[in-house]
Structure formats: structure tokens, C-alpha cells
Design a protein around this ligand. Structure first.
Ligand code: ZN
Length: 443
């Protein structure tokens, strides 16, 4: 049976056009731990734009990254998959790996124009692999400052027609070591230690996995001085967010995500400015704030256990995109259960003291860490707010042992992956390796 033409015409006339989806802005703050961001413990006076933006967001106070490594963390952010599922588990965007459907693919299927503004070479190749229409990379080995990355993002935004929905990913690298902000707000570091702290950070040499030794700065002042420098890097990003935010707003309603890809351990847990292979809390705990100009501001923080892998499904839900196949959940479909297991991992790196891959998981108050190459393990349990190490296997308890078994049985992360690879190396790969070396990663 055919449908009369008049009925088809009537339906066409009365049917409203599908609503234009809101724009999407994903801001990833490289190496920015939660407690330096306002709303998560950071100082509001130093970062006024973040303060205002986070205040209008839903804040997730218990958010963990999937890996303290830039490439796996961002791949998980944009695919909603754990590193073992998307296949990018170290600092390279391996040409042979085809990542699963990403948020970018879903947005493009709905007609979004998509762009990635990347500030540092560890992400070379990832933007292209994820299918962004426009990938804006630094042209040199040196990472790009927030100011320059923002210039490029604003130029792209200004050139976009209003009728096309936009997905923009803006990545800021300023807070990664070496902490060398354009302007330092000294608040903790004594006057007598400042010059030495700056000199050490600028000329401290290649890092290793043990520590950057504060030879010229008294130990007691090292952490306060590092923290002042680190916090000032976040303030430098904040000044650029003050430009980015109104520019995005001029394009109409939008969804935003503000997230750290991983944290940094700053003179704690035996590390002085490191993340990489550590599954210490300082390397894993990240800020996560999600909001939309279409939703009323949400002042309260959520405290359910969430992860980087939840962002893709949550943004897809807010924007009305097709659901992504994901290991994560839509955070606005309900709170994540307290019993949820969140996996974390770190690839081995060809650096002294950190060749070992490491796998771990958090569930409730318990964290289990496993070193697949040696079979060693460690575990912690939070008691009265303090994370205490469990030294006897028998003290894990049934649930702790169940978590340990779970971690041990997962595919182990790779080992020793950041050295210059043997055999033929593409020009882009060579550039990435040189940049990683400049950042103190590869030997
Ligand atoms: Zn990173």
C-alpha cells in the first residue's frame, strides 16, 4: 500500500525540524590534580574563571583517572573505554590500533564540526586517530602555552557558522613539569628559596622515576615552593579560560566538561613532580566538572565513585547523541553505586626505576595494586579518612582478595614502551619521541 502524497506533504509541513544539538566543549587540564582546582580544594582567588565555571557545574568530588599517562587517559575520556579496551596503553598513538567508536564519531554522525586543540606532543596522532575534522597541534617539540592554544581555538570558533553544532576539545599542558609559569604568585615559598626553586625547576635535568632531588633548596621548603609554581601554572590556564568561556557562549547553548587527565605527586608519596607509572592517589585523583547552559546550575558536589570513562556516555546523553558503547555510565542517569570497581593502570617506561607496568583497582575504601612482571602487590584501605597500607595478604579480607583476583586476571599493561622503538619510525613518531625526551620521559 502506498501513502497518499497529501498525507506525506502534511506530515512534512507539520513536523518540527529536529532541534539543533547544543555545542560541546571539552577542556582537559593536563597534570592538574583535583585539589588545585577551586571547588575541589583549590584557591578561588587564583583561578576566578574556574571558580565560577565549576560553581555552575555538577562537581564530581570522587573522580579517578584510568591511567596517570596522557594518551591512555585522553583516549579513555573520548571513547568511554578502559585502556585495555581501546588499545592505547602508553604514550604513543600506535598506527596499528583502531580505537572503538568515540564521542567524536557520534558527534560527526549528527553533523557536528569537530576540532581538537592540543598543547603537547604526547597527544600527536590521537586527535587524528579519533577522527576530529580539524586537529591543531603545536608545530615544534616544545609544548604550547595556554595563551597560544587558546588563540587557535578562538580563531576556529570565530570561523564557524552558527547553524553547525560544534565539538571542541581544548587541551592545556601548562601544569605539567617543568613548572615554569609566566608569573608566579608566591604564597608559601620563602623569599630566600625562590630563586633556587625556579633554577632547579628550569635546569633540574631529566627526571627519573625516583625523584628530582632538591639539591639547592632545603627539603622543608621544597614542597611549598613547588606548590606555588604549580598553582601559578593553573592560574595561567585560568586567564585563558576567561577568554575561551565567553567565546564559546557566543555560539549558543553548550555542554562543558572540565577534567584533569591525571594528577601529579608534588613532593609526596616519594615523588617530587611525577605521575607516569605511579598509582598513588596524588597521580590518580582528578577534577571533573560537567555542566550545560541548558541546565540549571548545580551547586552541590556529587560524591559517588566516577571515572574518566564516564564522560563520553554522559556528554552523549546530554547532547542527545547516539549512546556510545562504553565501559562507563551516563552520570546523569543516576549515581554510580558505592560498590563500583574502578580500574587504573600504568605502562612501564624506559626510565630508571619505573620500567614496571602496574595495574590496580579501587572499590569502596580499598585500593589494590599489582605488578605483573614481578607478582608483587600492595593494598590500602581508607580508615577514618586516612589511606593505610595493608601489609599482610590475610588482612585484605574476602572482598579485598576478590578485588586482587580481579586485577590479577586482567590483561597486564605493556612494559618499557617509551624508548625509541627499533626499526622504521615515521617522522611523526620521531617527533613525538623527541618531544617526550624533552619532557624528561624517554632516555
Ligand atoms: Zn597528561
Amino acid at each position: 500500500m502506498t501513502t497518499p502524497i497529501a498525507v506525506v506533504l502534511a506530515a512534512a509541513i507539520t513536523a518540527a525540524p529536529p532541534p539543533r544539538p547544543p555545542n560541546i566543549l571539552i577542556i582537559s587540564l593536563d597534570t592538574v590534580r583535583a585539589d588545585v582546582v577551586p571547588g575541589f580544594g583549590g584557591d578561588a582567588a587564583l583561578s576566578p574563571t574556574l571558580t565560577a565555571w565549576v560553581r555552575e557545574s555538577t562537581r564530581f568530588a570522587d573522580a579517578l583517572t584510568v591511567a596517570p599517562l596522557t594518551v591512555p587517559a585522553h583516549a579513555s575520556l573520548l571513547t568511554g573505554r578502559y585502556p585495555a579496551q581501546h588499545g592505547l596503553r602508553d604514550h604513543r598513538a600506535h598506527p596499528e590500533v583502531t580505537v572503538p567508536d568515540s564521542l567524536v564519531a557520534k558527534a560527526k554522525a549528527r553533523g557536528f564540526a569537530t576540532a581538537a586543540f592540543i598543547s603537547a606532543a604526547p597527544l600527536n596522532g590521537l586527535g587524528k586517530k579519533l577522527g576530529f575534522d580539524h586537529v591543531d597541534l603545536p608545530g615544534v617539540v616544545e609544548p604550547r602555552a595556554a595563551l597560544e592554544t587558546t588563540d587557535h581555538a578562538l580563531a576556529w570558533l570565530a570561523a564557524q557558522p552558527d547553524r553547525t553544532p560544534l565539538l571542541a576539545w581544548v587541551h592545556y599542558f601548562d601544569a605539567h613539569y617543568p613548572y615554569d609559569p609566566p608569573q608566579v604568585t608566591w604564597r608559601r615559598c620563602p623569599m630566600a628559596a625562590r630563586d633556587a626553586a625556579i633554577d632547579l625547576v628550569r635546569h633540574g635535568g631529566v627526571l627519573d622515576c625516583q625523584e628530582l632531588r632538591p639539591k639547592t633548596v632545603p627539603q622543608a621548603w621544597w614542597r611549598p615552593c613547588l606548590w606555588d609554581l604549580y598553582e601559578s601554572e593553573v592560574a595561567a590556564i585560568d586567564r585563558q579560560l576567561a577568554r575561551l568561556r565567553p567565546a564559546m557562549g557566543r555560539h549558543g547553548p553548550y555542554i562543558w566538561v572540565i577534567i584533569g587527565d591525571h594528577g601529579d605527586c608534588i613532593a609526596e608519596e616519594g615523588m617530587h613532580a611525577r605521575h607516569a607509572t605511579s598509582l598513588a592517589e596524588c597521580a590518580l585523583r582528578i577534577p571533573l566538572a560537567i555542566g550545560s547552559t541548558l541546565r540549571p546550575p548545580v551547586a552541590a558536589a556529587r560524591r559517588d565513585p566516577v571515572s574518566t570513562i564516564d564522560v563520553a556516555a554522559t556528554v552523549a546523553g546530554l547532547a542527545g547523541l547516539a549512546p556510545t558503547g562504553t565501559d562507563g555510565v551516563d552520570l546523569f542517569a543516576g549515581e554510580a553505586p558505592a560498590s563500583r570497581t574502578r580500574y587504573v593502570e600504568g605502562a612501564g617506561i624506559n626510565m630508571p626505576g619505573c620500567q614496571e607496568p602496574v595495574a590496580g583497582a579501587w572499590r569502596g575504601d580499598t585500593k589494590v595494586v599489582f605488578y605483573p612482571t614481578t607478582g608483587e602487590w600492595s593494598a590500602w584501605r581508607r580508615q577514618r579518612g586516612v589511606l593505610r597500607e595493608i601489609t599482610r595478604f590475610g588482612d585484605l579480607g574476602v572482598e579485598g582478595e576478590r578485588l586482587w583476583l580481579d586485577v590479577v586476571r586482567r590483561p597486564p599493561p605493556p612494559t618499557g614502551v617509551l624508548g625509541l622503538p627499533g626499526g622504521a619510525v615515521s617522522a611523526e613518531e620521531q617527533r613525538t619521541q623527541e618531544a617526550l625526551h624533552a619532557l624528561g620521559y624517554a632516555q
